[in-house]
Design a protein around this ligand. Structure first.
Ligand code: NAI
Ligand code: MG
Length: 494
């Protein structure tokens, strides 16, 4: 039975911030330098906590703890099924604290409480349970080689993994990273995003309570070019799993080459959302709206290039416009709020800059285009029509509530235009002609294609990018394999 958390009826109280230090080898410690950084509530811009600012020395200590536990600690000796039991226990503890964790996510990230409770935290729990079930099902194969030999493969954990995550789904990214790593038997050093370290630290506390041995999970909050880069360079780390910006991933891949680390990347996108005239337009309008504005537009797979077939274009835009006018922006702790603030000033400024480009390049502004209110990083749901393939708002990842509508004439033209991007994370097709939809799904160069739906995620279904949207897949069995090495054992029988 999937986890369901009751929808709050009234405004949710602000949670207490409890964990703000580094979590290394089972201990809560300040950064060696003694430095801290501020994390803010993006709806009011007020500082909510001072968090330990880890750097290379803290990463050293965390890697040493993870290494020790991996190379000979309890974790490496534990039966696989017992690992699974500990993971289920962690999922149970998160479920018990789901309301508080959701509120902490809303405080740190600014996302509406209805989303944190309705989507993020239930998916966290589901992902951990899904991977808990995998622990004792990681199998090799027997290989029919020539000659008098018995040959088999073992799937072994890749080792100590460095995990670097972004701020858009802070807790969910923790689950996507911890789930397969723990199931495979790896140990972890995680660096959460500097904008949103709090739920990750809280989850580390719950992992400790669940009984995961010291050193299995270590968390070092801090900045990318310092703590993040130290993790990437560290010779004691076997693999880096990264989610974030493509340009950051390119730096990481270059740095990781020195020590030949395995790397998996889940990066940005400019996903085409393609609506044919023969679609169920009610569903398609909802899907186009949700597919872009959900999470303040801060989704790697946001359907930010909305292609609408010419015949229904004007009606479609009118309906989107109405939905944007109805969208409720406000206090993210209010259960009625549908859209909260952007995560920080840098993102807020970037989005407004792109709205400026859209106007300059001649797109037509249909809704929004401005800051909402005078406190917090709110931006009105923005809709541009008359967008052409070359405009910046059609090529670059904006990561905000800015939807670009492009017109198309027919199915022959659309596959080519949909693929005219360096990204390839996701796409969607809306049509009642299911054969047409399947054919187009095969032509689109993207890791995920949704047909007559958007943003449907499941822990069992692999997710990741073609082209500059990533390397490797997360979730599902593919996500687990990325945390294993294959070992071939050949035995002479003569
Ligand atoms: P980012 O890629 O800079 O940050 C993601 C993570 O990487 C953070 O934990 C950060 O501290 C770390 N990091 C940064 N530089 C690093 C380095 N040199 N070595 C190791 N780790 C490093 O993303 P940022 O700046 O927060 O967001 C900028 C843009 O990136 C957004 O506007 C959006 O377009 C895109 N983005 C995409 C995400 C996705 O899910 N695909 C998530 C977050 C951002
Ligand atoms: Mg950055």
């Amino acid at each position: 039975m999937a986890t369901v958390i009751d929808k709050p009826q009234t405004k949710v109280a602000r949670p207490q911030v409890r964990q703000t230090q580094c979590f290394i080898g089972g201990k809560w410690v300040p950064a060696v330098s003694g430095k801290t950084f501020e994390t803010i509530h993006p709806a009011t811009e007020e500082v909510i906590a001072e968090v330990a600012e880890g750097d290379a020395e803290d990463i050293d200590a965390a890697v040493a703890a993870a290494r020790e536990q991996f190379d000979g600690g309890e974790w490496s000796k534990m039966d696989a099924r017992d690992r699974g039991i500990l993971m289920y226990r962690l999922a149970d503890l998160i479920e018990q604290e789901a309301d508080e964790l959701a509120a902490l996510e809303t405080l740190d990230n600014g996302k509406p409480i209805r989303d944190a409770r309705g989507a993020d935290i239930p998916l966290v729990i589901d992902t951990l349970r899904y991977y808990a079930g995998w622990c004792d099902k990681i199998q090799g194969a027997t290989i029919p080689v020539r000659g008098d030999y018995f040959c088999y493969t073992r799937r072994e954990p890749v080792g100590v993994v460095g995990q670097i995550i972004p701020w858009n789904f802070p807790a969910l990214m923790v689950a996507w990273k911890w789930g397969p790593a723990l199931a495979a038997g790896c140990t972890i050093v995680m660096k959460p995003a500097e904008q949103t370290p709090l739920t990750c630290l809280r989850m580390a506390r719950l992992a400790q309570k669940a009984g995961l041995p010291d050193g299995v999970i270590n968390v070092v909050p801090g900045y990318g070019p310092t703590a993040g880069a130290a993790l990437v360079r560290h010779p004691g780390v076997d693999k880096i799993a990264f989610t974030g910006e493509t340009t950051t991933a390119k730096i990481i891949q270059r740095e990781a080459v020195e020590t030949m680390k395995r790397c998996t990347f889940e990066l940005g996108g400019k996903s085409p959302n393609i609506v044919f005239a023969d679609a169920d337009l009610d569903a398609a309008v909802d899907g186009a709206h949700f597919g872009l504005y959900f999470n303040q537009g801060q989704c790697c797979c946001a359907g930010s290039r909305l292609f609408v077939e010419e015949r229904v274009h004007d009606e479609f835009v009118d309906r989107l416009k109405a939905k944007n006018h109805d969208r409720k922006l406000g206090d993210p702790f209010d259960p009625q709020t549908e859209q909260g603030p952007q995560v920080d000033k840098a993102q807020f400024d970037k989005i407004l800059k792109y709205i400026g480009y859209g106007k300059q390049e001649g797109a037509k502004l249909v809704t929004g285009g401005n800051r909402h209110g005078d406190e917090g990083y709110y931006i009105e749901p923005t809709l541009f029509t008359g967008v052409t393939d070359e405009m910046k708002i059609a090529t670059d990842e904006i990561f905000g509530p800015v939807l670009s509508v492009l017109k198309f004439k027919n199915v022959d033209e659309i596959a080519k235009r949909a693929n005219r991007t360096n990204f390839g994370l996701a796409a969607a097709v809306w049509s009642r002609d299911i054969a047409k939809a399947h054919k187009l799904a095969a032509k689109v160069r993207a890791g995920t294609v949704w047909i007559n739906c958007y943003d449907v995620f499941d822990a069992a279904a692999p997710f990741g990018g073609f082209k500059e949207s990533g390397i490797g897949r997360e979730l599902g069995e593919a996500g687990l394999q990325a945390y294993t090495e294959s070992k071939t054992v050949t035995v002479s029988l003569s």
